[in-house]
Ligand binder design. Structure first.
Ligand SMILES: C[S@@+](CC[C@H](N)C(=O)[O-])C[C@H]1O[C@@H](n2cnc3c(N)ncnc32)[C@H](O)[C@@H]1O
Length: 329
C-alpha cells in the first residue's frame, strides 16, 4: 500500500499533466475553449450538436477537467474555474508548443532507431510553431524590438520567417510603419493574411511565401527597407554547422548593403545551471535538439555575425529568459 501511495504521489502529476494537456488541446482545436472564453458558460450537448462533435467524448473530457477543477459545472453547462482560467489563458503558449512538436515525441523511439527521419517521415506542426512563438514574443521580444525600431526611426521593415505576422501586426499597432513579411510556410502566411485583414492593415503589411535562402524581392522593396528583422529563425539552420548561417548572412549583407539587421534569438544555457534551476528553457532546448535545430550561446552568435561581415550596433541580453537581441549593420 505504501508503494502504491508513493507511485500515486510521485507519478500522478506527470500522467495528469500529459492527459490534461491533451484534453485542453483537443478542446482548443474543436473551438470549445474559444466558445468558453466568449460565452463564459457552454452547454456541451448544444455545442456537440452544432459543431458535429461526438457528445460522449466531449462529455468525458469536460467531466475530467471538472474533476481537476479546471472547469466549473452547472447542469449540462461548463465554465472555466479561476484555476482553469489561469491555466488556459496564460499557458496557451505552452500548449501550442507541445502540440507543435508532439509528432516528434510520438515518434521519438523511431527517430532514435533511425527508422524515421525528421522532415522526411515526421514533421512539426508549422502553424502552431508560429502561433506559440508569437505568443511568447509579446512578453519581451515585441516590446524590446519595438523600442529599438522607434529609437532608430526605422520606417520600413522586412521580417524574415515572419510566421503568422503577429509580430508585424503588433509593430504596426502604434507606429507609422510599412512592413513586408516572408515565410516558407504557406499555412502560416495564409493565417497571417487573415489576421492582417481582420486588423485592417492590408495597406501597411504585405506577406509572401518564400525561402530566405532564395529571396526574390523587387529592387524597389530592397531599396525601401530600413531594417531586416528576424525573430527566432536563424537557429533553425544551425544543426550541422554554423557555415550555413554564416553563408546566409554573408549573402544578406551583400544583398541588403547598408541596411540594419535586427536579430532575436534564444541562447543556450549551461546544463548545470539548468539543473539547479530547471526553467522551461530545459524543454525548449530538448524540442530544438530533437528537431535538429541548433541552440548556441550569445558569444557564438556574435562570432557568426562578425564572420558574415556585420558589426554590432546594439546588444541586449535577458539572461533569465535566455534571450539576446542584436542590432547589426
Ligand atoms: C520559430 S518560428 C518564428 C516565427 C516568427 N518569426 C515569430 O517570432 O513569431 C520560425 C519561422 O521560420 C520559418 N522558416 C523556417 N525556414 C524558413 C526558410 N527557409 N525561409 C523562410 N522562413 C522559414 C518557419 O516557417 C517559422 O514560421
Amino acid at each position: 500500500m505504501l508503494t502504491m501511495g508513493n507511485v500515486h504521489n510521485d507519478i500522478r502529476k506527470y500522467m495528469r499533466n500529459y492527459m490534461m494537456t491533451q484534453c485542453i488541446l483537443a478542446l482548443d482545436e474543436i473551438g470549445f475553449i474559444d466558445c468558453l472564453q466568449k460565452h463564459k458558460w457552454v452547454d456541451f450537448i448544444r455545442f456537440a450538436c452544432e459543431n458535429k462533435i461526438d457528445k460522449e467524448y466531449l462529455e468525458s473530457v469536460c467531466e475530467y477537467l471538472y474533476v481537476l477543477n479546471v472547469f466549473e459545472k452547472i447542469g449540462n453547462k461548463y465554465g472555466q474555474s479561476d484555476c482553469g482560467r489561469k491555466i488556459i489563458g496564460l499557458s496557451k503558449v505552452a500548449f501550442y508548443f507541445i502540440h507543435a512538436y508532439a509528432p516528434l515525441f510520438e515518434n521519438l523511439s523511431s527517430l532514435m532507431k533511425n527508422e524515421k527521419k525528421y522532415k522526411k517521415d515526421v514533421f512539426r506542426r508549422e502553424k502552431y510553431v508560429a502561433e506559440a512563438t508569437a505568443e511568447v514574443a509579446q512578453w519581451i521580444p515585441i516590446p524590446v524590438v519595438k523600442n529599438m525600431i522607434v529609437k532608430h526611426r526605422f520606417k520600413n521593415v522586412l521580417d524574415l520567417g515572419c510566421g503568422s505576422a503577429r509580430f508585424l501586426i503588433k509593430l504596426c499597432e502604434d507606429n507609422d510603419l510599412t512592413c513586408f513579411g516572408i515565410d516558407i510556410s504557406e499555412e502560416s502566411i495564409n493565417c497571417g493574411k487573415d489576421l492582417i485583414e481582420k486588423n485592417n492593415m492590408q495597406k501597411r503589411i504585405s506577406l509572401m511565401v518564400g525561402d530566405i535562402f532564395n529571396l526574390e524581392l523587387s529592387d524597389e522593396i530592397v531599396k525601401r527597407i530600413d531594417v531586416v528583422t528576424s525573430m527566432y529563425v536563424f537557429h533553425e539552420f544551425l544543426h550541422k554547422d554554423k557555415g550555413v548561417v554564416i553563408k546566409l548572412l554573408t549573402n544578406m549583407k551583400k544583398n541588403f548593403q547598408d541596411k540594419y539587421l535586427l536579430v532575436c534569438e534564444l541562447c543556450r544555457q549551461p546544463v548545470e545551471s539548468l539543473r539547479s534551476n530547471p526553467t522551461a528553457i530545459a524543454e525548449h532546448h530538448l524540442f530544438h535538439a530533437i528537431s535538429k535545430q541548433g541552440i548556441i550561446t550569445s558569444d557564438e552568435w556574435s562570432e557568426i555575425f562578425t564572420k558574415a561581415g556585420y558589426a554590432c550596433v546594439e546588444e541586449q541580453h535577458f539572461d533569465f529568459a535566455g534571450q539576446t537581441y542584436f542590432l547589426l549593420r
